[in-house]
Design a protein around this ligand. Structure first.
Ligand code: FPP
Length: 264
């Protein structure tokens, strides 16, 4: 029942064949896909490799999935690359992860430009190492005029911290007399999040068998469709992405209303 509700494609309940993957429809492509890229460590362990080898392979998957999302016509792809909780990992692993944006963005930048992809970031930039910041800033600056897919990295990001920051700003506005407390509404909060300029995710994918959202986009996921897979992130490929989109296209989004009365 639980698996069915959340569309976890691990059972025989929702078998997928190559044919059904071809059924990704041209219309109703999710505008915004958010992905919790999990399972790099387990992927590496299975191969008796160090955990960081999984992260390195995971970086290659990002390339593949970015290209595929771009080709399909997705407008925003948000990738959970480093959470505020990931600082608790061994120093060497954190250092490795902090080098990946540099590696990825340097080698992929020409293709990002060619594909008209814009790099953005959500999370707290200031506490990232200088080299990570400079790689992200350089890519964001170089691609800022691009009008295609937004490739949005969540780096040093936490959903609760983001809401706290929004509330602090709103309380300052209230203190300064710019906002009456009785007038506070959902739009005010949405507009003070790091995603203020983006549509909310239509589809959330989490790889590697965990069925939780781990402090990711807590406010923004209110009406998002969830899809879970046992596939580890380094093994996630174009077929997996299309499968997730195909499942999404067969969902009935009601936003708390009744069938056929969705808000968009
Ligand atoms: C979770 O897997 C993955 C991460 C915490 C890091 C994800 C990072 C990448 C995929 C590469 C980032 C690259 C760029 C360019 C930003 P895990 O290590 O928790 O896996 P496990 O649960 O199997 O241990």
């Amino acid at each position: 029942m639980f698996k069915k509700l959340f569309g976890k494609n691990t059972s025989k309940e929702q078998p997928f064949s190559d044919e059904s993957v071809d059924l990704v429809k041209g219309e109703d492509i999710p505008t915004h896909i958010a992905i919790i890229m999990d399972g790099n460590g387990r992927w590496a362990k299975k191969r008796s490799m160090p955990r960081v080898a999984g992260h390195h392979e995971g970086m290659k998957t990002i390339r593949k999935i970015t290209r595929c999302a771009c080709d399909i016509g997705v407008k925003v792809l948000t990738l959970y690359a480093f959470s505020t909780e990931n600082w608790k990992r061994p120093k060497s692993e954190v250092e490795f992860l902090m080098r990946l944006p540099e590696q990825f963005l340097t080698s992929f930048l020409p293709e990002l430009m060619e594909r008209n992809i814009k790099v953005e970031m959500i999370g707290v930039m200031d506490s990232l190492p200088d080299h990570t910041q400079s790689a992200l800033k350089k890519a964001m600056e170089a691609t800022k005029g691009n009008t295609g897919l937004i490739l949005n990295f969540a780096m040093n990001y936490g959903g609760r911290a983001e809401i706290v920051m929004a509330m602090q700003q709103l309380m300052k506005d209230a203190e300064a007399g710019k906002l009456a407390i009785d007038e506070l509404n959902e739009q005010h909060i949405s507009q003070h999040l790091m995603t203020a300029h983006l549509p909310e995710p239509d589809l959330l994918i989490r790889t590697s068998g965990e069925v939780r959202i781990s402090n990711f986009m807590l406010w923004q996921l209110a009406y998002t469709e969830f899809w879970f897979t046992d596939t580890h992130w380094p093994d996630f490929d174009e077929t997996c992405l299309k499968e997730a989109i195909s499942v999404y296209q067969n969902r009935n989004r009601r936003y708390g209303g009744l069938k056929g009365e969705g808000t968009n």
